[in-house]
Design a protein around this ligand. Structure first.
Ligand SMILES: Cc1ncc(COP(=O)(O)O)c(C=O)c1O
Length: 426
């Protein structure tokens, strides 16, 4: 049916690939999905949640509070605990203003924060800088709102600062800086490449943005998406951009409880500078006037009881183990010419096929993989529609998050068979 009566947003919004990938993963039992970023079923905290829920519901006072509406910004205790947790991670005193619970909003996953924030800051025709490649669902938000994304090349330790500076200069020269609003970094074990941004690069990127603010005529924000920060397999944590000078006014930080605790509870949070915070709160007021209170009470209790950190310990070991399984399977089954990066945290391997052999949804590799009952995320989905470069289409993102141990081995073996079977002349 023709859709003339839909709004510009309604017409512009394309089918998000994430919905299809999730549906495929859940709807075809014989399929091994190495695609959607599901969390590990075996380590979901079922027993802990059962115990805590029973505690919450055991007294009229806590039970009734939890089953009632909460506030738009989110449960004060959860905001306080989240702020304290972040301060500990960043080794900052709890009094540091950038971490104040007053600046925090609890959302339905960090996805809702990304959506509302973008809506609060950008109009159609505006410009956002993203890592090239970047988190594809964020790219869908930009596309849907008619916001143009410019890709900043990536190196092993984060964005290429020379390229970032070059793009900023280019925008200034063309008089387009006024359209630019923010730089989006998935700074820990990035989705999709698994790379982590070096601290000095965050600092340099923020400084660069500040240098070009005068020409832009408004603040240029650094949006740090730390979705995978806590899924570190070992070694030291890297401090967030919230520790940088001037962070309180220019850094937007978002995190999630989906990956480190439960994606079914679907709670995330953001720390935002004014006037963005107030604008996002107004938008959230219209969306849902607050995330599910019951789940927020659950998370608050998980944090205050110490169960959260305990859970995280086990989870890190589990993901480190599954990453090792995936590496061993890749070493065993993939042709030697395929290049791949092993992550030090998070959920993803990133692989490149030689000779620009295509991996997109219409490619022979993707079709053969589906026929072989294995699903991956085609790399091209993770690149913005940026006319200043050709979109790479020979990569794949492989997740070890949701698949069982056997499925990781089996999925990689099936994919290896597809990759080894290279038709002549291609
Ligand atoms: C980089 C990144 N940011 C944000 C999200 C959103 O997650 P959630 O809404 O569950 O917090 C995801 C989910 O996969 C992600 O990969």
């Amino acid at each position: 049916m023709k859709a003339h009566h839909l709004s510009a947003l309604g017409r512009r919004t394309e089918d998000p690939p994430i919905s299809w990938l999730l549906a495929m993963a859940l709807g075809r039992p014989q399929l091994v999905s190495l695609a959607a970023g599901f969390t590990d079923n075996k380590s979901l905290p079922r027993e802990k949640v059962r115990r805590l829920m029973r505690e919450i519901l055991s007294s009229p006072q806590t039970g009734q509070t939890a089953l009632q509406y909460g506030t738009t910004a989110g449960d004060p205790a959860l905001r306080q605990l989240t702020s304290q947790h972040l301060c500990r991670q960043d080794e900052q005193p709890a009094s540091r203003p950038a971490y104040s619970p007053e600046r925090m909003i609890i959302t339905n996953g960090s996805q809702q924060l990304l959506y509302m924030l973008t809506e609060a800051l950008c109009d159609a025709g505006d410009l956002v800088l993203v890592e090239d490649p970047s988190y594809f669902v964020y790219l869908s938000i930009l596309q849907s709102h008619g916001i143009q994304a410019r890709g900043i090349r990536m190196e092993a330790d984060g964005v290429d600062l020379d390229h970032l500076e070059g793009v900023l200069r280019d925008l200034q020269r063309r008089g387009e800086l006024r359209r630019l609003k923010l730089l989006y970094l998935v700074s820990y074990y990035q989705n999709p490449t698994g790379r982590t941004t070096r601290y000095a690069k965050k600092a340099a990127a923020l400084q660069l943005l500040r240098r070009f603010e005068r020409a832009a005529g408004h603040p240029l924000y650094l949006l740090e998406d730390a979705a995978y920060r806590e899924l570190r397999f070992g070694g030291e944590d890297i401090k967030s951009a919230l520790t940088l000078n001037g962070a309180r006014d220019r850094v937007i930080y978002t995190g999630t409880y989906s990956k480190p605790f439960s994606s079914g509870a679907r709670l995330g949070f953001g720390l935002l500078p004014e006037p963005l915070l107030s604008a996002v709160l107004r938008i959230k007021g219209n969306h849902d006037f607050g995330s599910a209170n019951l789940l927020q009470q659950l998370l608050a209790r998980t944090l205050s009881s110490g169960l959260y950190l305990k859970h995280l310990d086990g989870l890190r070991q589990r993901y480190a183990y599954k990453a090792r399984l995936m590496r061993e399977a890749i070493e065993r089954h993939f042709p030697a010419e395929v290049q791949w990066q092993e992550p030090a945290g998070g959920l993803y391997f990133w692989a490149q096929l030689p000779g620009r052999r295509a991996t997109g949804m219409n490619s022979a590799v993707f079709r053969a993989a589906l026929k072989n009952n294995v699903l991956y995320v085609p790399g091209e989905l993770c690149y913005a529609d940026d006319p200043s470069r050709r979109k790479p289409n020979h990569e794949m993102r492989l997740s070890f998050g949701g698949a069982t141990e056997d499925s990781v081995r089996q999925g990689i073996a099936r994919l290896g068979a597809v990759l080894r079977n290279r038709p002549r002349g291609r």
